[in-house]
Design a protein around this ligand. Structure first.
Ligand SMILES: Cc1cc2nc3c(=O)[nH]c(=O)nc-3n(C[C@H](O)[C@H](O)[C@H](O)COP(=O)(O)OP(=O)(O)OC[C@H]3O[C@@H](n4cnc5c(N)ncnc54)[C@H](O)[C@@H]3O)c2cc1C
Ligand SMILES: NC(=O)c1ccc[n+]([C@@H]2O[C@H](COP(=O)([O-])OP(=O)(O)OC[C@H]3O[C@@H](n4cnc5c(N)ncnc54)[C@H](O)[C@@H]3O)[C@@H](O)[C@H]2O)c1
Length: 476
Protein backbone atom coordinates (compact mmCIF):
# COMPACT_ATOMS: atom_id res chain seq x y z
CA UNK A 1 0.00 0.00 0.00
CA UNK A 2 1.41 3.40 -1.01
CA UNK A 3 1.70 5.90 1.82
CA UNK A 4 1.33 9.69 1.32
CA UNK A 5 1.86 12.76 3.53
CA UNK A 6 -1.38 14.23 2.17
CA UNK A 7 -4.18 12.62 0.15
CA UNK A 8 -6.56 15.12 -1.42
CA UNK A 9 -9.99 13.88 -2.56
CA UNK A 10 -11.23 16.06 -5.42
CA UNK A 11 -9.36 18.20 -7.95
CA UNK A 12 -11.54 21.34 -7.93
CA UNK A 13 -10.21 24.72 -6.72
CA UNK A 14 -9.79 23.61 -3.07
CA UNK A 15 -8.10 20.28 -3.89
CA UNK A 16 -5.89 21.68 -6.61
CA UNK A 17 -4.54 24.58 -4.52
CA UNK A 18 -4.04 22.32 -1.47
CA UNK A 19 -2.16 19.66 -3.44
CA UNK A 20 0.22 22.14 -5.06
CA UNK A 21 0.81 23.98 -1.78
CA UNK A 22 1.74 20.74 0.04
CA UNK A 23 3.94 19.62 -2.88
CA UNK A 24 5.77 22.98 -2.79
CA UNK A 25 6.54 22.18 0.84
CA UNK A 26 8.19 18.94 -0.38
CA UNK A 27 5.44 16.62 0.78
CA UNK A 28 4.36 13.43 -0.96
CA UNK A 29 0.88 14.26 -2.29
CA UNK A 30 -1.82 12.24 -4.02
CA UNK A 31 -4.93 13.73 -5.67
CA UNK A 32 -7.83 11.34 -6.25
CA UNK A 33 -10.44 12.45 -8.79
CA UNK A 34 -13.48 10.41 -9.81
CA UNK A 35 -14.33 12.55 -12.83
CA UNK A 36 -12.88 11.69 -16.22
CA UNK A 37 -10.78 14.88 -16.19
CA UNK A 38 -9.31 17.00 -13.42
CA UNK A 39 -10.70 20.44 -12.52
CA UNK A 40 -13.88 19.77 -10.55
CA UNK A 41 -17.20 21.53 -10.82
CA UNK A 42 -15.33 24.79 -11.30
CA UNK A 43 -13.82 23.73 -14.63
CA UNK A 44 -16.44 21.32 -15.97
CA UNK A 45 -19.93 22.43 -14.90
CA UNK A 46 -19.64 25.58 -12.77
CA UNK A 47 -17.50 28.70 -12.83
CA UNK A 48 -15.57 28.38 -16.08
CA UNK A 49 -18.38 27.03 -18.32
CA UNK A 50 -20.94 29.53 -17.05
CA UNK A 51 -18.54 32.46 -17.45
CA UNK A 52 -17.51 31.28 -20.92
CA UNK A 53 -21.16 30.94 -21.88
CA UNK A 54 -21.78 34.47 -20.59
CA UNK A 55 -18.89 35.92 -22.55
CA UNK A 56 -20.01 34.15 -25.74
CA UNK A 57 -23.61 35.28 -25.26
CA UNK A 58 -22.58 38.91 -24.74
CA UNK A 59 -20.20 38.88 -27.72
CA UNK A 60 -22.52 37.17 -30.20
CA UNK A 61 -25.59 39.12 -29.14
CA UNK A 62 -23.74 42.47 -29.26
CA UNK A 63 -25.16 43.16 -25.80
CA UNK A 64 -22.43 45.62 -24.80
CA UNK A 65 -23.09 47.79 -27.89
CA UNK A 66 -26.85 48.04 -27.52
CA UNK A 67 -26.57 51.26 -25.48
CA UNK A 68 -25.46 52.93 -28.72
CA UNK A 69 -27.14 50.96 -31.47
CA UNK A 70 -30.47 50.08 -29.80
CA UNK A 71 -32.04 46.93 -28.40
CA UNK A 72 -32.42 45.28 -31.80
CA UNK A 73 -28.64 45.37 -32.49
CA UNK A 74 -27.09 41.88 -33.00
CA UNK A 75 -23.60 40.76 -33.98
CA UNK A 76 -24.98 37.37 -35.14
CA UNK A 77 -28.64 37.19 -36.11
CA UNK A 78 -29.30 33.51 -35.33
CA UNK A 79 -27.36 32.28 -32.30
CA UNK A 80 -27.47 28.50 -31.84
CA UNK A 81 -26.63 26.22 -28.90
CA UNK A 82 -23.66 25.02 -30.97
CA UNK A 83 -22.32 28.60 -31.18
CA UNK A 84 -22.37 28.76 -27.39
CA UNK A 85 -20.72 25.33 -26.94
CA UNK A 86 -17.82 25.84 -29.35
CA UNK A 87 -15.97 28.36 -27.21
CA UNK A 88 -16.77 26.32 -24.10
CA UNK A 89 -14.92 23.23 -25.30
CA UNK A 90 -11.80 25.20 -26.20
CA UNK A 91 -11.74 26.97 -22.81
CA UNK A 92 -12.22 23.72 -20.87
CA UNK A 93 -9.42 21.92 -22.73
CA UNK A 94 -7.11 24.80 -21.95
CA UNK A 95 -8.02 24.82 -18.23
CA UNK A 96 -7.48 21.05 -17.90
CA UNK A 97 -4.17 21.28 -19.74
CA UNK A 98 -2.89 24.04 -17.41
CA UNK A 99 -3.92 22.03 -14.36
CA UNK A 100 -2.38 18.73 -15.56
CA UNK A 101 0.84 20.60 -16.22
CA UNK A 102 0.81 22.19 -12.74
CA UNK A 103 0.38 18.77 -11.12
CA UNK A 104 3.17 17.27 -13.23
CA UNK A 105 5.60 20.16 -12.58
CA UNK A 106 5.01 19.94 -8.84
CA UNK A 107 5.27 16.11 -8.71
CA UNK A 108 1.70 15.69 -7.47
CA UNK A 109 0.57 12.09 -8.09
CA UNK A 110 -2.88 11.75 -9.66
CA UNK A 111 -5.23 8.79 -9.45
CA UNK A 112 -8.55 8.42 -11.33
CA UNK A 113 -11.32 6.81 -9.27
CA UNK A 114 -13.81 7.30 -6.44
CA UNK A 115 -12.29 7.41 -2.95
CA UNK A 116 -13.93 6.15 0.23
CA UNK A 117 -12.73 5.61 3.78
CA UNK A 118 -11.61 2.24 5.13
CA UNK A 119 -10.47 3.81 8.41
CA UNK A 120 -9.27 7.26 9.48
CA UNK A 121 -5.86 6.82 7.78
CA UNK A 122 -6.73 4.47 4.89
CA UNK A 123 -8.71 5.02 1.70
CA UNK A 124 -9.92 2.74 -1.07
CA UNK A 125 -10.01 4.12 -4.59
CA UNK A 126 -12.34 2.35 -7.01
CA UNK A 127 -11.22 2.86 -10.59
CA UNK A 128 -13.55 2.87 -13.57
CA UNK A 129 -12.60 -0.72 -14.54
CA UNK A 130 -13.55 -1.94 -11.03
CA UNK A 131 -9.98 -2.29 -9.73
CA UNK A 132 -9.64 -1.23 -6.08
CA UNK A 133 -6.45 0.37 -4.78
CA UNK A 134 -5.68 1.06 -1.12
CA UNK A 135 -3.69 4.11 -0.06
CA UNK A 136 -2.50 5.29 3.34
CA UNK A 137 -2.34 8.94 4.44
CA UNK A 138 -0.88 10.90 7.32
CA UNK A 139 -3.40 13.68 6.54
CA UNK A 140 -6.47 13.75 4.29
CA UNK A 141 -8.29 16.70 2.68
CA UNK A 142 -11.91 16.30 1.63
CA UNK A 143 -12.40 18.67 -1.31
CA UNK A 144 -15.29 16.76 -2.87
CA UNK A 145 -17.51 19.77 -3.63
CA UNK A 146 -21.23 19.63 -4.37
CA UNK A 147 -23.74 18.61 -7.03
CA UNK A 148 -27.12 20.16 -7.94
CA UNK A 149 -29.95 19.47 -5.50
CA UNK A 150 -32.47 17.34 -7.44
CA UNK A 151 -35.66 16.58 -5.45
CA UNK A 152 -37.67 13.52 -6.56
CA UNK A 153 -40.74 15.75 -7.09
CA UNK A 154 -39.15 17.42 -10.15
CA UNK A 155 -39.41 15.31 -13.35
CA UNK A 156 -35.94 16.10 -14.73
CA UNK A 157 -35.61 14.84 -18.32
CA UNK A 158 -32.23 16.33 -19.27
CA UNK A 159 -33.82 18.13 -22.24
CA UNK A 160 -36.55 20.53 -21.15
CA UNK A 161 -36.58 20.20 -17.36
CA UNK A 162 -32.97 20.51 -16.42
CA UNK A 163 -30.46 21.42 -13.70
CA UNK A 164 -27.42 23.70 -13.94
CA UNK A 165 -25.13 20.86 -15.10
CA UNK A 166 -27.48 19.90 -17.94
CA UNK A 167 -27.86 23.45 -19.24
CA UNK A 168 -24.41 23.11 -20.79
CA UNK A 169 -25.71 20.25 -22.99
CA UNK A 170 -28.89 21.83 -24.40
CA UNK A 171 -29.46 21.24 -28.11
CA UNK A 172 -31.38 24.41 -28.89
CA UNK A 173 -31.82 27.87 -27.41
CA UNK A 174 -35.27 28.05 -25.80
CA UNK A 175 -37.56 30.93 -26.68
CA UNK A 176 -38.92 30.93 -23.15
CA UNK A 177 -37.55 29.65 -19.85
CA UNK A 178 -38.69 29.41 -16.22
CA UNK A 179 -35.84 29.52 -13.72
CA UNK A 180 -36.72 28.07 -10.32
CA UNK A 181 -34.58 29.58 -7.53
CA UNK A 182 -33.20 33.14 -7.51
CA UNK A 183 -29.85 32.19 -5.96
CA UNK A 184 -26.57 33.10 -7.64
CA UNK A 185 -26.73 30.26 -10.18
CA UNK A 186 -30.38 30.90 -11.09
CA UNK A 187 -29.87 34.64 -11.49
CA UNK A 188 -26.67 34.29 -13.53
CA UNK A 189 -28.27 31.90 -16.04
CA UNK A 190 -31.61 33.77 -16.09
CA UNK A 191 -29.91 37.02 -17.09
CA UNK A 192 -27.54 35.36 -19.59
CA UNK A 193 -30.48 33.75 -21.41
CA UNK A 194 -32.44 37.00 -21.23
CA UNK A 195 -29.49 38.71 -22.98
CA UNK A 196 -29.96 36.09 -25.74
CA UNK A 197 -33.61 37.25 -26.00
CA UNK A 198 -35.13 34.21 -24.28
CA UNK A 199 -38.27 35.30 -22.37
CA UNK A 200 -37.30 34.49 -18.77
CA UNK A 201 -39.45 34.14 -15.65
CA UNK A 202 -37.74 33.60 -12.28
CA UNK A 203 -39.70 31.91 -9.48
CA UNK A 204 -38.41 32.24 -5.91
CA UNK A 205 -40.09 31.25 -2.62
CA UNK A 206 -38.59 34.17 -0.70
CA UNK A 207 -39.79 37.78 -1.18
CA UNK A 208 -36.27 38.95 -2.05
CA UNK A 209 -33.12 37.69 -3.76
CA UNK A 210 -29.37 37.83 -3.09
CA UNK A 211 -29.92 38.94 0.53
CA UNK A 212 -26.18 39.13 1.26
CA UNK A 213 -25.82 41.99 -1.26
CA UNK A 214 -26.43 45.67 -0.36
CA UNK A 215 -30.17 46.34 -0.84
CA UNK A 216 -29.66 49.49 -2.94
CA UNK A 217 -27.59 47.45 -5.41
CA UNK A 218 -30.20 44.65 -5.57
CA UNK A 219 -32.96 47.26 -6.11
CA UNK A 220 -31.04 48.81 -9.03
CA UNK A 221 -30.32 45.34 -10.44
CA UNK A 222 -33.99 44.22 -10.14
CA UNK A 223 -35.11 47.43 -11.86
CA UNK A 224 -32.78 46.69 -14.80
CA UNK A 225 -34.10 43.11 -15.10
CA UNK A 226 -37.73 44.22 -15.08
CA UNK A 227 -36.92 47.02 -17.53
CA UNK A 228 -35.91 44.40 -20.07
CA UNK A 229 -39.09 42.41 -19.47
CA UNK A 230 -37.79 39.65 -17.24
CA UNK A 231 -40.55 38.44 -14.91
CA UNK A 232 -39.61 38.08 -11.23
CA UNK A 233 -42.25 35.99 -9.41
CA UNK A 234 -41.14 36.22 -5.77
CA UNK A 235 -42.76 34.95 -2.56
CA UNK A 236 -44.25 31.96 -4.45
CA UNK A 237 -43.50 28.28 -3.97
CA UNK A 238 -43.61 25.73 -6.76
CA UNK A 239 -46.20 23.01 -6.30
CA UNK A 240 -45.71 21.02 -9.51
CA UNK A 241 -43.53 20.87 -12.59
CA UNK A 242 -44.71 18.83 -15.57
CA UNK A 243 -44.69 18.56 -19.37
CA UNK A 244 -48.09 19.21 -20.96
CA UNK A 245 -49.32 17.17 -23.96
CA UNK A 246 -48.20 19.93 -26.35
CA UNK A 247 -44.59 19.46 -25.14
CA UNK A 248 -44.42 22.70 -23.14
CA UNK A 249 -43.27 22.75 -19.53
CA UNK A 250 -45.84 23.81 -16.98
CA UNK A 251 -45.01 25.12 -13.50
CA UNK A 252 -47.90 25.33 -11.06
CA UNK A 253 -47.44 27.61 -8.07
CA UNK A 254 -48.96 27.11 -4.61
CA UNK A 255 -51.31 30.09 -5.20
CA UNK A 256 -52.81 28.25 -8.21
CA UNK A 257 -51.06 30.34 -10.87
CA UNK A 258 -49.74 28.35 -13.80
CA UNK A 259 -46.70 29.34 -15.87
CA UNK A 260 -45.55 27.73 -19.09
CA UNK A 261 -42.31 27.82 -21.07
CA UNK A 262 -40.17 25.74 -23.45
CA UNK A 263 -37.64 25.00 -20.72
CA UNK A 264 -37.42 24.85 -16.92
CA UNK A 265 -34.07 25.35 -15.21
CA UNK A 266 -34.11 24.14 -11.60
CA UNK A 267 -31.50 25.88 -9.39
CA UNK A 268 -32.66 25.52 -5.80
CA UNK A 269 -29.27 24.97 -4.18
CA UNK A 270 -26.63 22.22 -4.05
CA UNK A 271 -25.77 19.15 -1.96
CA UNK A 272 -22.33 18.14 -0.64
CA UNK A 273 -20.88 15.11 -2.48
CA UNK A 274 -20.19 13.18 0.73
CA UNK A 275 -22.67 10.29 0.44
CA UNK A 276 -20.23 7.81 -1.14
CA UNK A 277 -17.22 8.58 1.11
CA UNK A 278 -18.32 6.17 3.88
CA UNK A 279 -17.69 8.89 6.47
CA UNK A 280 -18.64 6.75 9.51
CA UNK A 281 -15.57 4.59 8.79
CA UNK A 282 -13.37 7.56 9.76
CA UNK A 283 -15.59 8.87 12.55
CA UNK A 284 -17.23 11.75 10.69
CA UNK A 285 -20.80 12.61 9.65
CA UNK A 286 -22.26 15.15 7.21
CA UNK A 287 -25.35 17.36 7.78
CA UNK A 288 -28.67 16.99 5.92
CA UNK A 289 -27.26 18.86 2.88
CA UNK A 290 -24.11 16.67 2.80
CA UNK A 291 -21.89 19.37 4.30
CA UNK A 292 -19.02 18.84 6.75
CA UNK A 293 -18.33 20.99 9.82
CA UNK A 294 -14.82 22.42 10.16
CA UNK A 295 -12.79 24.77 12.34
CA UNK A 296 -13.00 27.94 10.17
CA UNK A 297 -9.39 28.87 10.95
CA UNK A 298 -7.63 25.57 10.19
CA UNK A 299 -10.28 23.66 8.20
CA UNK A 300 -9.79 20.63 10.47
CA UNK A 301 -12.84 18.43 10.92
CA UNK A 302 -13.70 16.78 14.23
CA UNK A 303 -11.01 14.19 13.37
CA UNK A 304 -7.86 16.32 13.67
CA UNK A 305 -5.84 14.93 10.72
CA UNK A 306 -8.83 15.02 8.34
CA UNK A 307 -9.51 18.41 6.76
CA UNK A 308 -12.35 19.66 4.55
CA UNK A 309 -12.35 22.74 2.30
CA UNK A 310 -14.32 24.29 -0.54
CA UNK A 311 -18.02 23.97 -1.22
CA UNK A 312 -18.35 20.89 0.99
CA UNK A 313 -17.97 23.14 4.06
CA UNK A 314 -20.74 25.56 2.93
CA UNK A 315 -20.82 29.39 2.58
CA UNK A 316 -19.41 31.25 0.70
CA UNK A 317 -18.98 28.36 -1.81
CA UNK A 318 -16.84 30.26 -4.28
CA UNK A 319 -13.97 29.01 -6.41
CA UNK A 320 -11.88 31.92 -5.09
CA UNK A 321 -12.48 31.21 -1.40
CA UNK A 322 -12.24 27.43 -1.95
CA UNK A 323 -8.67 27.88 -3.27
CA UNK A 324 -7.68 29.88 -0.20
CA UNK A 325 -9.31 27.37 2.15
CA UNK A 326 -7.44 24.53 0.43
CA UNK A 327 -4.12 26.34 0.78
CA UNK A 328 -4.71 27.10 4.48
CA UNK A 329 -5.78 23.49 5.17
CA UNK A 330 -2.76 22.02 3.36
CA UNK A 331 -0.28 24.24 5.22
CA UNK A 332 -1.82 23.32 8.56
CA UNK A 333 -1.96 19.62 7.64
CA UNK A 334 1.77 19.45 6.88
CA UNK A 335 2.72 21.46 9.97
CA UNK A 336 3.53 24.82 8.31
CA UNK A 337 0.54 27.04 9.12
CA UNK A 338 0.29 30.23 7.04
CA UNK A 339 -0.48 33.82 8.03
CA UNK A 340 -3.99 34.76 9.02
CA UNK A 341 -6.03 35.45 5.85
CA UNK A 342 -7.35 38.94 5.06
CA UNK A 343 -10.77 39.51 6.56
CA UNK A 344 -12.62 40.86 3.52
CA UNK A 345 -12.92 38.92 0.27
CA UNK A 346 -14.89 40.01 -2.81
CA UNK A 347 -18.04 38.33 -4.06
CA UNK A 348 -18.65 38.46 -7.79
CA UNK A 349 -21.98 37.63 -9.40
CA UNK A 350 -21.56 37.27 -13.16
CA UNK A 351 -25.11 38.13 -14.02
CA UNK A 352 -25.93 40.53 -16.85
CA UNK A 353 -25.20 43.14 -15.47
CA UNK A 354 -22.44 42.05 -13.10
CA UNK A 355 -22.64 42.64 -9.35
CA UNK A 356 -19.63 42.70 -7.07
CA UNK A 357 -19.19 43.57 -3.45
CA UNK A 358 -16.62 43.59 -0.66
CA UNK A 359 -16.93 44.58 3.00
CA UNK A 360 -20.01 45.69 4.91
CA UNK A 361 -23.39 46.44 3.34
CA UNK A 362 -25.40 49.48 4.44
CA UNK A 363 -27.77 47.10 6.24
CA UNK A 364 -24.84 45.59 8.21
CA UNK A 365 -23.43 49.03 9.09
CA UNK A 366 -26.87 50.08 10.39
CA UNK A 367 -27.21 46.85 12.38
CA UNK A 368 -23.82 47.45 14.01
CA UNK A 369 -24.81 51.06 14.76
CA UNK A 370 -21.70 52.46 13.06
CA UNK A 371 -22.13 56.15 12.11
CA UNK A 372 -21.52 56.24 8.33
CA UNK A 373 -21.71 58.19 5.12
CA UNK A 374 -22.21 56.86 1.57
CA UNK A 375 -20.82 58.08 -1.72
CA UNK A 376 -22.49 57.13 -5.01
CA UNK A 377 -21.28 57.32 -8.61
CA UNK A 378 -23.21 56.41 -11.76
CA UNK A 379 -21.10 55.02 -14.60
CA UNK A 380 -22.87 57.48 -16.92
CA UNK A 381 -21.06 60.29 -15.03
CA UNK A 382 -17.69 58.97 -16.24
CA UNK A 383 -16.31 59.78 -19.69
CA UNK A 384 -15.43 56.10 -20.17
CA UNK A 385 -19.07 55.25 -19.50
CA UNK A 386 -20.13 57.67 -22.27
CA UNK A 387 -17.60 56.21 -24.68
CA UNK A 388 -18.89 52.71 -23.92
CA UNK A 389 -22.52 53.79 -24.30
CA UNK A 390 -23.41 52.78 -20.72
CA UNK A 391 -26.73 54.03 -19.45
CA UNK A 392 -26.57 52.01 -16.22
CA UNK A 393 -23.95 51.09 -13.61
CA UNK A 394 -23.66 52.20 -10.02
CA UNK A 395 -20.79 52.25 -7.52
CA UNK A 396 -21.49 52.79 -3.83
CA UNK A 397 -18.88 53.36 -1.14
CA UNK A 398 -19.61 53.30 2.59
CA UNK A 399 -17.30 55.16 4.99
CA UNK A 400 -17.12 55.28 8.77
CA UNK A 401 -17.78 58.82 10.03
CA UNK A 402 -15.55 58.14 13.05
CA UNK A 403 -12.45 56.70 11.37
CA UNK A 404 -13.21 57.88 7.78
CA UNK A 405 -12.21 54.35 6.69
CA UNK A 406 -13.83 52.58 3.75
CA UNK A 407 -16.14 49.89 5.14
CA UNK A 408 -17.77 48.56 2.01
CA UNK A 409 -17.79 48.78 -1.78
CA UNK A 410 -20.81 47.69 -3.81
CA UNK A 411 -21.03 47.77 -7.59
CA UNK A 412 -23.59 46.83 -10.21
CA UNK A 413 -22.67 47.25 -13.86
CA UNK A 414 -20.10 46.53 -16.54
CA UNK A 415 -16.74 45.40 -15.14
CA UNK A 416 -17.96 45.28 -11.52
CA UNK A 417 -16.07 42.04 -10.75
CA UNK A 418 -12.76 43.65 -11.79
CA UNK A 419 -13.42 47.12 -10.36
CA UNK A 420 -14.20 45.77 -6.90
CA UNK A 421 -10.55 44.92 -6.24
CA UNK A 422 -9.63 48.61 -5.86
CA UNK A 423 -12.14 48.88 -3.03
CA UNK A 424 -11.04 45.54 -1.57
CA UNK A 425 -7.42 46.76 -1.35
CA UNK A 426 -8.44 50.02 0.32
CA UNK A 427 -10.63 48.17 2.85
CA UNK A 428 -7.99 45.57 3.75
CA UNK A 429 -5.21 48.20 3.89
CA UNK A 430 -7.46 50.30 6.14
CA UNK A 431 -7.62 53.28 3.73
CA UNK A 432 -9.89 56.31 4.26
CA UNK A 433 -12.05 58.53 2.05
CA UNK A 434 -8.93 60.69 1.52
CA UNK A 435 -7.43 57.88 -0.61
CA UNK A 436 -10.06 58.49 -3.30
CA UNK A 437 -10.01 62.30 -2.98
CA UNK A 438 -6.24 62.74 -3.05
CA UNK A 439 -5.21 60.14 -5.66
CA UNK A 440 -5.15 60.60 -9.41
CA UNK A 441 -7.00 57.97 -11.46
CA UNK A 442 -6.45 57.06 -15.10
CA UNK A 443 -8.82 58.97 -17.38
CA UNK A 444 -11.06 57.95 -19.03
CA UNK A 445 -11.79 54.82 -16.98
CA UNK A 446 -14.71 53.30 -15.15
CA UNK A 447 -12.41 53.27 -12.08
CA UNK A 448 -12.89 57.04 -12.05
CA UNK A 449 -16.28 56.21 -10.49
CA UNK A 450 -14.32 55.60 -7.26
CA UNK A 451 -13.12 59.20 -7.35
CA UNK A 452 -16.63 60.50 -7.99
CA UNK A 453 -18.15 58.37 -5.20
CA UNK A 454 -15.30 59.31 -2.84
CA UNK A 455 -15.86 63.03 -3.50
CA UNK A 456 -19.61 62.58 -3.10
CA UNK A 457 -19.12 61.16 0.41
CA UNK A 458 -16.32 63.60 1.28
CA UNK A 459 -18.53 66.61 0.40
CA UNK A 460 -20.93 65.51 3.11
CA UNK A 461 -18.30 64.34 5.59
CA UNK A 462 -16.27 67.57 5.44
CA UNK A 463 -12.50 68.16 5.44
CA UNK A 464 -10.25 65.97 7.53
CA UNK A 465 -8.72 68.18 10.20
CA UNK A 466 -5.15 66.86 10.39
CA UNK A 467 -3.00 67.23 13.50
CA UNK A 468 0.01 69.46 12.57
CA UNK A 469 2.47 66.49 12.85
CA UNK A 470 0.24 64.29 10.69
CA UNK A 471 -0.09 67.09 8.11
CA UNK A 472 3.70 67.37 7.91
CA UNK A 473 4.06 63.61 7.46
CA UNK A 474 1.38 63.63 4.74
CA UNK A 475 3.24 66.41 2.91
CA UNK A 476 6.51 64.39 2.73
C1 LIG B 1 -23.03 27.18 -12.32
C2 LIG B 1 -21.98 27.60 -11.32
C3 LIG B 1 -21.32 28.81 -11.49
C4 LIG B 1 -20.34 29.20 -10.58
N1 LIG B 1 -19.72 30.41 -10.77
C5 LIG B 1 -18.75 30.81 -9.91
C6 LIG B 1 -18.05 32.02 -10.12
O1 LIG B 1 -18.30 32.74 -11.08
N2 LIG B 1 -17.09 32.39 -9.25
C7 LIG B 1 -16.77 31.61 -8.17
O2 LIG B 1 -15.87 31.98 -7.40
N3 LIG B 1 -17.43 30.45 -7.94
C8 LIG B 1 -18.40 30.03 -8.79
N4 LIG B 1 -19.06 28.85 -8.59
C9 LIG B 1 -18.71 28.05 -7.42
C10 LIG B 1 -17.44 27.21 -7.69
O3 LIG B 1 -17.57 26.44 -8.86
C11 LIG B 1 -17.19 26.33 -6.50
O4 LIG B 1 -17.09 27.15 -5.35
C12 LIG B 1 -15.95 25.50 -6.62
O5 LIG B 1 -15.97 24.68 -7.75
C13 LIG B 1 -15.79 24.62 -5.38
O6 LIG B 1 -14.57 23.98 -5.45
P1 LIG B 1 -14.28 22.65 -4.65
O7 LIG B 1 -12.81 22.47 -4.73
O8 LIG B 1 -14.90 22.72 -3.32
O9 LIG B 1 -14.99 21.46 -5.41
P2 LIG B 1 -15.50 21.14 -6.86
O10 LIG B 1 -15.08 22.13 -7.85
O11 LIG B 1 -16.96 20.89 -6.69
O12 LIG B 1 -14.75 19.78 -7.19
C14 LIG B 1 -14.91 18.62 -6.42
C15 LIG B 1 -14.31 17.45 -7.15
O13 LIG B 1 -14.30 16.32 -6.27
C16 LIG B 1 -14.56 15.15 -7.03
N5 LIG B 1 -15.05 14.11 -6.11
C17 LIG B 1 -16.19 14.11 -5.40
N6 LIG B 1 -16.30 12.99 -4.66
C18 LIG B 1 -15.19 12.26 -4.92
C19 LIG B 1 -14.72 10.99 -4.48
N7 LIG B 1 -15.41 10.27 -3.59
N8 LIG B 1 -13.54 10.53 -4.96
C20 LIG B 1 -12.83 11.25 -5.87
N9 LIG B 1 -13.23 12.45 -6.32
C21 LIG B 1 -14.39 12.96 -5.85
C22 LIG B 1 -15.60 15.60 -8.03
O14 LIG B 1 -15.62 14.72 -9.15
C23 LIG B 1 -15.09 17.00 -8.38
O15 LIG B 1 -14.24 16.96 -9.50
C24 LIG B 1 -20.03 28.39 -9.48
C25 LIG B 1 -20.68 27.17 -9.32
C26 LIG B 1 -21.65 26.77 -10.22
C27 LIG B 1 -22.32 25.44 -10.03
N1 LIG C 1 -20.49 34.08 -9.28
C1 LIG C 1 -20.35 33.26 -8.26
O1 LIG C 1 -19.54 33.49 -7.42
C2 LIG C 1 -21.21 32.04 -8.17
C3 LIG C 1 -21.99 31.66 -9.23
C4 LIG C 1 -22.80 30.55 -9.10
C5 LIG C 1 -22.80 29.84 -7.93
N2 LIG C 1 -22.02 30.20 -6.91
C6 LIG C 1 -22.07 29.47 -5.63
O2 LIG C 1 -22.81 28.28 -5.75
C7 LIG C 1 -23.62 28.12 -4.58
C8 LIG C 1 -24.94 27.49 -4.96
O3 LIG C 1 -25.73 28.39 -5.71
P1 LIG C 1 -27.29 28.18 -5.90
O4 LIG C 1 -27.81 29.31 -6.69
O5 LIG C 1 -27.55 26.79 -6.37
O6 LIG C 1 -27.82 28.13 -4.44
P2 LIG C 1 -28.34 29.24 -3.45
O7 LIG C 1 -28.47 28.56 -2.16
O8 LIG C 1 -27.53 30.47 -3.57
O9 LIG C 1 -29.77 29.63 -4.03
C9 LIG C 1 -30.83 28.77 -4.11
C10 LIG C 1 -32.10 29.58 -4.28
O10 LIG C 1 -33.16 28.71 -4.51
C11 LIG C 1 -34.21 29.04 -3.64
N3 LIG C 1 -34.93 27.81 -3.30
C12 LIG C 1 -34.64 26.95 -2.31
N4 LIG C 1 -35.53 25.93 -2.33
C13 LIG C 1 -36.39 26.15 -3.35
C14 LIG C 1 -37.50 25.45 -3.88
N5 LIG C 1 -37.91 24.30 -3.36
N6 LIG C 1 -38.14 25.97 -4.94
C15 LIG C 1 -37.72 27.12 -5.48
N7 LIG C 1 -36.65 27.82 -5.03
C16 LIG C 1 -35.99 27.35 -3.97
C17 LIG C 1 -33.56 29.69 -2.44
O11 LIG C 1 -34.48 30.52 -1.75
C18 LIG C 1 -32.43 30.44 -3.07
O12 LIG C 1 -32.80 31.72 -3.47
C19 LIG C 1 -23.82 29.49 -3.98
O13 LIG C 1 -23.60 29.41 -2.60
C20 LIG C 1 -22.81 30.36 -4.67
O14 LIG C 1 -21.90 30.92 -3.75
C21 LIG C 1 -21.23 31.31 -7.00
Amino acid sequence: MNQYDLVVIGSGPAGRRAAIQAAKLNKKVLVVEKGSRVGGVSVHTGTIPSKTLRETALNLSGWRERGFYGRSYRVKQEISADDLRRRLLITLDHEVDVLEHQFARNRVTQMRGAARFVDAHTLEVEREDGEIIRVGATAILLAVGTRPFRPDSIPFDGVSIIDSDEILEILHLPRSMIVIGAGVIGIEYATIFSALDTAVTVVEPRETMLDFIDKEIVDDFSYQLRDRNMKLVFGQTVERVERDPGGKCRVTLANGRSLSAEMVLYCAGRTGATDTLDLPACGLAADSRGRIKVNPETFQTEVAHIYAAGDVVGFPSLASTSMEQGRIAARHAVGVPGNEPQKFFPYGIYAVPEISTCGLTEEEVLERKIPYECGIAHFRETSRGHIMGLDSGLLKLIFSLKTRRLLGVHIVGEGATELVHIGQAVINLKGTVEYFVENTFNYPTLAEAYKIAGLDAWNRMGELVREPAAAEAAAE
